[in-house]
Design a protein around this ligand. Sequence first.
Ligand code: SF4
Length: 615
Amino acid sequence: MAWTKKILRVNLSKGTCKSEPLNMDWAQKYLGQRGLATKYFTEEVDPKVDPLAPENKMIMTTGPLTGTCASTAGRYSVVTKGALTGAIACSNSGGFFGNELKNAGWDMIIFEGKSPKPVYLLLEDDNAQLLDAGEYWGKSVWDTEEGIKQKHRDPLIRVASIGIAGEKGVKFACVVNDMHRAAGRSGVGTVMGSKNLKAVALRGTKGIKVKDFAAFSQATAKGKEILAGNAVTGQGLPTYGTQVLMNVINEVGALPTRNHKDVQFEGAHDISAEKMHEKRASDGKANLVRNAACFGCTIACGRISQIERTHYTVAERPKYQGASGGLEYEAAWALGAATGVSDLEALTFCNFVCNEQGFDPISYGATVGAAMELFEIGAITTKETGGLDLTFGNTKALTELTELTGKGEGFGAEVGLGSKRLCEKYGHPDLSMSVKGQEFPAYDSRGIQGMGLTYATSNRGACHLRSYTVASEVLGIPEKTDPLVTDGKAGLVKAFQDATAAFDSAGICLFTSFAWTLEDVAPQIDAACEGGWTADKLLEVGERIWNLERQFNLAAGFTGKDDNLPKRLLKDAAKTGPAKGLVNGLDKMLPEYYQVRGWTTEGVPTNETLSRLGV
Ligand code: SF4
């Protein structure tokens, strides 16, 4: 129950679509979505595969709660070997695509091979067809989604597609659904592009059965009550969105600024949630138009924004004058503080372009920050940038480079390599603020020590969505820990990593974890699915997933040496704020982390750990 117990296998090389039963033994061990798809992926794909080779596979996957009436249960993930990182990748998205897939009667779609020409998958309940996407190739996400809905005369079709960035091999391309919701990180859209798969279009009408409807209604209603009564999920996120963090993180001295040269940004307020709410003097309107919620979500953290009509970015480009997905904290930070740009309207424009052409604003903004530092030290000049003056804080250069990157043109094609490859190319690998090739998100680990360990050990490269210790170290959830100390962080990171893997496998949004523990999630899953689901069982599932992902990465060629941070964070002390004088203490946390994980001193899971977890 709750699982549809069916998988669609699409072989793009042969042009075939076949149904097969879900492996229910694996569902009991890995639950769904991130965990279950990773199990399928690691069983079927050689870890050494080139991410862009036809032999790499890509799985679109839901969790057992996806599409049900549990709050936030519209999630799906894309699992593959990441084009940016070469590591296991799982990128999660909201919107309305995941629930549509589940309602069409499928737990996941496994894409294998490579189509000889651009195609899209049209899946209407049991009816799957691969159709010619020639008319959409070379078009943006926005035009593709609109075009497919019009062609099939059905505005209720849900579409996930790649933009030009994914076609052109930008290493951090996304899969975007519902115009501005994205499976954003690690280059999952680049893999989709390498398969000549432009889009997946869905229409599902079947409904979803749960094991015990009365118990499920009761458990999900209780869950919604908890979310509504919580200060973060009931007030902070609905009112300000994730952007509520901009001023908070700047205050604690952990807002990475100008490629992590500084930890506080003088322009933070100008790009904050509060600023998005303010009425502009020029037109009397605010940047923020309204909130937006994904399927079934009772939090509604999403933002819809509009750019000031006279702003140069839209005055000459009318198509950006409408309202669209507004800035979230990570994007506002990467496009803003990381590059030193504090023009809110310009950042909103860049965010629109990221959504329109399908590329990750975090990796993009961070890579521009690295390019700006290369420019500052003279490693690149206007000769390499095609005339762009990449001085930190140059708004016009940022907006022009965003459009170039989305189309993979000019210096944008080099930015599209990501910061690791770019900085290596120009002889300064240390200037890439990344782990396993993926750029940091918006928390400086000198000011929030646990995030250093989080980034260093993350299975998909630097990421805040694998263990958000900011919740504990800054917000006091579930209990307050000191962000400036390393003591106790190994256990904290492990606990967050395992619980997060369980949340990511259920079909719900990770933001519920500000209010819910696994004790709140377990009754919802247990009422929906057979198997006797408890919080302890979920935590064990999370630990199993973490170790499975680790095993894949080790077999792919990563070692304990890749559990590291750039020199800047380990050697250059923070210059201002509460962390002034501190570097990240990874050397103190990592050995203890390996120990609490049951791994060797080289970071390899022991046979005892693997057999305890049944990996
Ligand atoms: S909390 Fe935000 S991201 Fe999560 S499901 Fe709701 S609207 Fe979507």
